[in-house]
Structures are given as C-alpha cells and as structure tokens.
Ligand binder design. Structure first.
Ligand code: HEC
Ligand code: HEC
Length: 400
C-alpha cells in the first residue's frame, strides 16, 4: 500500500468552493438584504461548474469524466451490490457517486440560469436585463426554487453516500477530498497535481471574484474597517453591500417640490393611477392638511403621477403593489396596500420606534434609494439608533 494522489488540487478547490457557494446561497435566502451576496455566489457557482466541465476532459486521471461517468443501470447495480456487501472497490468515484455528481452539475447550471433570468425580470438587473416580463420572471423564480430544492436533495444523497462509503470501507472519504491522497496498492495510477489549464481557469474565477468585490463590497468593507468616508451614513455598518445601479426612474421638478416638502416625495410607481386621482381630488383635506395647489400645478402633477403610476411602471415594487390591491379598492396610502403590509410584517415594534424611523412612511430611513423610488432589495437596512452611543457608529468614519 502506498499514499497516492487521487484528487488533484483543482478538483479539491472546485469541490470545496462549490460547497461554500451552495451553502452560502441557501443561507442568504432568509432576507432580501443579502440578495447581492446570493447572486454573487450563484454567478461564482456557474463559473466553477464551467471550470469543472473543462477539467472533466483536461484534468487528472480521476477527475476525467471518462474515468467515472456511469449509466443509471450501473449506478443501481452498484447500490444493490453495496447493500449485499459485494461491491467492487473503486479508487475514484463509484457509479452511484458519479450519477450524483452529474446530477449536481446539471442542476447547478439550471439553478444558476433560472436565477439570472429571475434577476433580469424581477429586478431589471444582471446579464439578461429586460428580457422577461415580471410575470414570466415569477415562473422562473418558481423553477429556480424547485431546482435548488432538487439540488439540495441530491447533495443530501451524496452526503449519505459519502458517510455510508466511509463507514463500510473504513476510510475517511471527506479527509481524502482535503488531502487528495488515499492508501492504494502499489502501481495505482496517480493524478498529476496541477496543470496550466487549471491555473488559467482558476485565475479567471479569482479575477471575477475580485471584480465583484470592488463592484459591490469594497466600499462597505472599507467603511467597516474605518477606511472610507464616501459611504452613506450607516450603509457600511448595517448593510454588507451597496445597492445595484439600476436605471433611474422618471422624475419631475414640480412634483418633487410640491409633494416632497412635508414628507418623502413618494414615487408614482408605488400606487395605481386611481389612487393618485383620489389623492389629488381630495387635496383640500390631505390627511388633515390642505395642499392648496393651484389648478395648473394640480393638472401637471396629476399627469406625472398617472403617467408613471404602478400599472405603467416596470419596477418589481410597482408590479407587486398593484397586483396585491383587490379590485374596487382605491388605497390612499402605500402603507395600506397588502404587498407593503406583507413585506414589512417582520419588522419589530422596537424598530418602528427607532428615532430615525418613527413613522411607517419615512421610507428613506430604511431604504437608501427611497428618493429615487426604486426600492431595491440590496439598498435597505434597518437604521441604527442615532441617540447616545448609536450616534458614533452611525457616522461614517473619517466623515465630517
Ligand atoms: C402640507 C404637507 C403635505 C404636502 C405638501 C403633501 N403631503 Fe402627502 N401627506 C401629508 C401628511 C400629514 C400625511 C400623513 C402622514 C402620516 O399619516 O404619517 C401624508 C401622507 C401621504 C401619503 C400616504 C403615505 C402612506 O402612509 O403610505 C401619500 C401617498 C401622499 N401623502 C401623497 C402626497 C402627494 C402626491 C403630494 C403632492 C401632491 C403630497 N402628499 C403632498 C402631508 C403632505
Ligand atoms: C423600518 C424600516 C423600513 C421602513 C420605514 C420602510 N421599509 Fe420597506 N422594507 C423594509 C425591510 C426590512 C424590507 C425587506 C423585507 C424582506 O426582506 O423581505 C422592506 C421591503 C420593501 C419593499 C420590497 C422590496 C423588494 O423588491 O422586495 C418595498 C417595495 C418597500 N419596502 C417599500 C417601502 C416604502 C414605499 C416605504 C415607505 C412608505 C417603506 N418601504 C418603509 C424596511 C422598511
């Protein structure tokens, strides 16, 4: 018996990076705030799989598809033999493991692409912006979730197989994926540790990670370390990433002046046209105040509001707010629409009472892009308490 290199370095790196991406992608679905990290991990996973597909032809002996790809029948036969304890010994992947690996690679690609299409349709961002309607993106999202679940099930099967194999054959399989080595009879073919094609591809993946870091993360991270003065208050501290840069929504000077003096100028895409008409006809008693706009201003502002109302806008918030309002209901408040209520139901009473928030319609306290009207997932965070001790940490370090 001799310690022999079975899993070459690129295969091991691929394996553990994929584990990290997959686990990280699951951990970041709990809140929309983590969406840009989730998306980063998805793109990285696609890059890793692309690498693995090439490596399956150019890699070390046991990494090559030719050395392990098996038919479903061979996989089943192996499992039957395993149950009867008369399975043949495999140095690389056994036939059942090989099927799980192929399923994970295929599902990984499918999960990644449905994710990119969901992002393009719902958020209007990423590689395929604007190709799908928000409705079609909703179906993509469902497919994305089902495929991710199937991939999770396959990962579960793979882990069960690894545990079972380790126990039945009395070898530490997870450790061999770390060291790459196994005790095998003399004369066993060994893998070469590395080659140039792997170096090029791993560099490409690393370059992508580095680019993304500077695109989305370096400002917040710098702020966290106290090295940046150019980040919005609290953004670097409470949010792990900056907002995506989307297309700016339509703007109007008169609307902003007339509707932005008492509160945030709520962007027209946040309510349907019928709501804006009702608000403008009732302007003499606008939540207890008289707006007292002259006729010309009223016509101009109303036209802007209606032209860009929820049903005429392509943002995710507009689509979902509008869809959530029952027929025949004309809400006067964004904060009374079912979608808004649902999205904010998890926020604790204590957070609503924070001095920087105080009111539900103080959207900008939590949404960094409220003024622009886009309400992107990555741009929201619950602000810190700015009183006493909170004040110091909410001021950007190095800022004046
Ligand atoms: C004179 C001050 C004032 C001006 C100017 C003003 N509003 Fe308001 N607005 C209020 C008050 C007060 C409320 C109720 C706030 C509350 O309940 O917390 C309100 C609430 C709203 C809400 C409901 C927000 C929610 O809770 O979802 C909308 C929508 C709104 N205003 C639209 C407009 C529009 C459109 C204009 C411009 C035509 C405008 N407002 C101009 C004072 C004003
Ligand atoms: C106290 C902080 C806070 C305030 C104030 C607040 N929001 Fe939010 N909002 C959140 C949080 C947190 C979420 C994300 C919930 C989640 O992760 O699903 C959210 C989600 C949203 C979303 C969904 C974003 C998406 O694409 O999924 C929209 C739209 C939105 N808010 C609009 C508003 C508007 C309009 C106002 C003002 C009328 C407002 N919010 C006020 C905290 C706040």
């Amino acid at each position: 018996m001799k310690r022999t290199l079975i899993w070459d370095l690129p295969t091991r790196l691929f394996h553990w990076l994929l584990v990290t991406c997959f686990a990280g992608a699951w951990l970041t679905i709990t809140s929309d705030r983590w969406l840009s990290i989730h998306i980063f991990l998805g793109y990285l996973m696609l890059g890793l799989i692309a690498f693995r597909l090439v490596w399956g032809f150019t890699g070390g002996h046991y990494a090559r598809f030719a050395s392990f790809v098996a038919s479903p029948q061979a996989g089943l036969r192996y499992l039957r033999d395993l149950a009867a304890r008369r399975d043949a010994a495999y140095i690389g992947h056994n036939p059942a493991a090989s099927l799980a690996i192929i399923a994970m690679l295929v599902l990984g690609v499918a999960v990644g692409f449905t994710g990119i299409f969901t992002q393009g349709g719902e958020e209007g961002q990423g590689a395929v912006t604007g190709l799908l309607s928000i409705r079609a993106a909703g179906w993509m999202k469902r497919a994305h979730e089902v495929l991710a679940f199937l991939m999770m099930v396959t990962v579960g099967g793979h882990l069960t197989g690894v545990a079972l194999g380790s126990w039945l054959h009395k070898e530490n399989l997870p450790l061999s994926m770390v060291t790459g080595r196994k005790d095998e009879p003399d004369g066993t073919v060994a893998s070469r540790p590395f080659n140039a094609s792997a170096a090029v591809m791993l560099l490409a993946v690393a370059a992508f990670g580095g680019w993304w870091f500077f695109y989305a993360w370096h400002e917040p991270v710098a702020a966290r370390l106290g090295l940046s003065a150019s980040v919005p208050v609290g953004a670097g501290l409470d949010s792990p990433h900056v907002a995506f840069v989307g297309r700016p929504l339509p703007d109007d000077r008169v609307w902003r002046e007339e509707c932005g003096s008492c509160h945030l100028a709520f962007h027209p895409n946040l309510l349907p046209a019928r709501s804006w008409r009702l608000i403008m006809t009732g302007q003499a008693d606008h939540f207890g105040t008289d707006l007292a706009l002259d006729a010309q201003t009223t016509v101009g502002v109303l036209a802007f509001l209606v032209r860009n109302a929820a049903e005429n806008s392509s943002t995710e918030a507009a689509f979902k707010i509008n869809r959530s309002i029952p027929n025949g209901v004309t809400p006067l408040r964004i904060t009374e629409t079912p979608y808004w209520v649902g999205k904010h139901s998890d926020i604790s009473a204590a957070d609503w009472q924070l001095p920087p928030v105080k009111s539900k319609n103080n959207c900008a306290a939590c949404h960094l892009d409220a003024v622009a009207g886009t309400f992107e997932d990555a741009a929201m965070r619950i602000p810190r308490d700015t009183t006493a001790a909170g004040a110091a940490s909410a001021t950007p370090s190095g800022g004046r």
